[in-house]
Design a protein around this ligand. Structure first.
Ligand SMILES: NC(=O)c1ccc[n+]([C@@H]2O[C@H](COP(=O)([O-])OP(=O)(O)OC[C@H]3O[C@@H](n4cnc5c(N)ncnc54)[C@H](O)[C@@H]3O)[C@@H](O)[C@H]2O)c1
Length: 267
């Protein structure tokens, strides 16, 4: 192959994906599951036969997704919950366990990447960014870990962000919180390892959700994807969901305390 040939993107074969029998009937809890990546996690977990309880502030989209999946025969339950309200989140987790059985998979996904200029930050805004982007990860994990222990183990999956590892501006609270998610992952993995509760962090690259496509993917942004990724392809929510499935399933049973980067080779 010529040196020039290696730089030419060539067509890819049609993908064939794994399925995970260990997820069948397994109760999973997803925060921020009404849209974006979270909705894809709900769909893919339900597609594996898991029982899925998801929460979001977006009642309309949450109910629509719940109805669609139920019509398809999935065991899915949606509840309106603002993850910044920790007692409400704890109550939702308790309801999930009552209705669907002990939670064995937790996907801490809800977040808000609102842009904030550094001079505009005040204490209330800073606290809000931390509350929506990392605080609930801890309290959700604290709520599910004992039920995972009693059920013989479980998997906690925290959503981090590539933004911690590349140079971005106007996201001081978000990036600080997402860096915290990585530290939280490591310490909780150590705390809960003896209970066979695994704690991992997925670091998505730039994923083409509806919101990103509508609000942020400009021609210049597309050029930066091409420049920065090793792979030429844009990434979509299902690319990250397949990592969620693997980390949720028994197939990854000896993997914990790690970062799993799904970014097309950007970092
Ligand atoms: N899309 C990307 O390119 C990308 C890149 C890196 C990391 N991530 C991370 O992946 C996860 C999902 O990202 P996304 O792009 O789908 O985000 P998104 O903003 O499109 O969706 C987030 C979901 O969380 C919900 N939500 C927001 N605030 C909430 C609250 N207070 N309580 C409950 N629900 C709330 C929203 O309604 C929405 O359904 C996030 O943790 C994000 O930080 C995404």
């Amino acid at each position: 192959m010529s040196a020039a040939g290696a730089e030419v993107a060539v067509p890819e074969s049609e993908p064939v994906y794994a399925s995970y029998p260990s997820l069948r009937g397994r109760t999973s809890f997803v925060s921020g599951g009404a849209s974006g990546l979270g909705a894809e996690f709900v769909v893919e977990l339900a597609g594996q036969g898991a029982r899925v309880f998801f929460v979001d502030v977006d009642a309309e989209r949450g109910r629509a997704l719940e109805q669609r999946l139920r019509d398809e025969g999935a065991q899915v339950r949606f509840a309106v919950c603002d993850v910044r309200d920790v007692p409400a989140l704890q109550a939702a987790i308790a309801t999930a366990a009552d209705e669907l059985g002990p939670v064995r998979v937790l996907v801490n996904n809800a977040a808000n990447d609102h842009r904030d200029r550094v001079p505009d930050m005040d204490v209330a805004l800073w606290d809000e960014r931390i509350a929506v982007n990392v605080r609930h990860h801890f309290f959700a994990a604290q709520a599910v870990a004992p039920m995972m222990r009693d059920a013989g183990g479980g998997s906690i999956i925290n959503l981090g962000s590539i933004s911690v590892h590349i140079d971005l501006m106007d996201l001081p609270g978000y990036i600080t919180a997402k860096a915290g998610v990585e530290g939280l992952t490591r310490t909780l993995a150590r705390e809960y390892g003896p209970w066979h509760v695994r704690v991992n962090c997925i670091i998505p690259g730039w994923i083409m959700t509806e919101k990103q496509l509508a609000e942020r993917v400009t021609p210049e942004a597309e050029a930066s994807i091409e420049r920065n990724q090793c792979l030429p392809d844009k990434l979509y929510p299902d690319d990250v969901a397949r990592m969620v499935l693997w980390l949720a399933a028994d197939d990854s049973r000896r993997c914990t305390a790690q970062k799993w980067v799904v970014d097309g080779g950007w970092m």
